[in-house]
Ligand binder design. Structure first.
Ligand code: PMV
Length: 365
């Protein structure tokens, strides 16, 4: 049983009487890829630095939640979980923990039975973290149920609460509710930014960064040797933690300017440095670990020589794993995809890669 920690009374639901006894909600929520990385947190899911991400489109989780008022009231949270239509007991403890943690914010949770049905559009065990899309989809569904039952809030309040709730499931999940770019973590120069939920990057974005492409190269589909939770924890005693958090916050300011002016060289420098710094933190923690694989390095070198030869502004970023996200403006799509097919696909497991691009967050199904 996880300890319930009430962080913000603002999100506690107050429904006097339920408008309906049963119903169903369904949403698709995408994954996101951080350009300025979140790595290091304090309880509960409060980031040590501000992060910024592109919201994706095709890598998404589709979740529906059916709710039925309990005949006899009891004190438990009751749900059944189906993954792509089949029962998946291994996922249940994670959902149970999440629902117990968010229960103070959903006063109706113990009054209903829930049937949760989820599926991912990206290949199972592809090494792509499904926690961002999965947790944000779950959060969005429960906020939508609250609205249907009689919770009164505006559309923007619903998005904020869903982001707040998603954060309690998985930190980076709070950045998936909206798009194309979101920021999480309070920053003195970003108006409205908060540690508790993500906000949309609301300054004008230069056309070069609109509809940006992200081709995800599936380098290694194996289980990560070190989970994100453990990795975040290792930042507590990390010798470079203070400098890293300060650097990330500076990069937020620099990237914010770059996104507005369209300075693509500046973009590449920040984004690639952020990716390598994330992994440098892992390599310099105690205990140290490496999540990149030899093929990750081979791919990075190919990207660098292609960029030098062609002047096409393609760059890479990495998540907490070996997979490589290849980022580029839409107008170079054909040439970059040809390069990926010829030079990079061979480095992927079963030559697999996913063509994604920036999107706008939650979609009602
Ligand atoms: O959301 P978590 O706790 O799984 O942490 C994810 C952190 C990174 O994906 C490595 C970086 C980020 O900002 O998304």
């Amino acid at each position: 049983m996880c300890k319930k920690l009430i962080l913000s009374s603002r999100y506690i639901s107050k429904i006097d009487s339920f408008k309906i006894d049963s119903g169903k909600v369904a949403f698709a929520l995408p994954s996101n890829i951080a350009l300025v990385k979140y790595w290091g947190k304090r309880p509960v899911q409060i980031p040590e630095n501000t992060s910024l991400s592109f919201t994706l489109s095709t890598c998404r989780t589709e979740t529906s939640v059916e709710f039925q008022r309990k005949r006899t009231k009891d004190l438990g949270i009751k749900f059944s979980f189906l993954f792509a239509g089949k029962s998946k007991p291994s996922f249940e403890p994670k959902i149970q923990t999440f629902l117990e943690r968010v229960e103070p914010y959903f006063s109706f949770l113990k009054d209903f039975d829930f049937v949760i049905n989820s599926k991912n559009t990206f290949p199972h065990s592809s090494g792509i973290a499904s926690s961002a899309s999965g947790m944000s989809a779950l959060a969005q569904c429960f906020v939508a149920i609250e609205a249907k039952l009689g919770g009164s809030f505006s559309e923007s309040e619903q998005i904020e609460k869903a982001s707040f709730i998603a954060r309690l499931g998985s930190g980076s999940a709070c950045r998936s509710l909206e798009g194309p770019i979101t920021i999480w973590g309070s920053h003195p120069k970003i108006e409205g930014s908060s540690d508790e939920f993500a906000i949309k990057f609301n300054l004008p974005i230069h056309t070069i960064f609109q509809n940006y492409q992200d081709t995800v190269l599936l380098i290694d589909k194996g289980e990560k040797q070190v989970s994100s939770t453990v990795g975040h924890g290792l930042m507590h005693e990390h010798p470079f933690a203070k400098q890293r958090f300060a650097q990330a916050n500076e990069n937020i300011e620099k990237l914010s300017a770059v996104l507005q002016t369209g300075n693509i060289d500046g973009f590449i420098k920040i984004v690639e440095s952020e990716a390598l710094t994330l992994h440098a933190m892992m390599m310099t923690s105690q205990p140290y670990f490496i999540l990149m694989k030899p093929k990750t390095f081979e791919v990075i070198n190919h990207i660098w020589s292609f960029r030098e030869k062609t002047n096409i502004p393609v760059c890479f970023t990495l998540d907490a794993g070996a997979n490589v996200h290849v980022l580029y403006p839409e107008k170079y799509k054909d040439k970059v995809l040809e390069f990926i097919k010829k030079k990079l696909a061979g480095h992927c497991q079963n030559k697999q890669y996913i063509c994604d691009y920036v999107g706008n967050g939650a979609v009602l199904l």
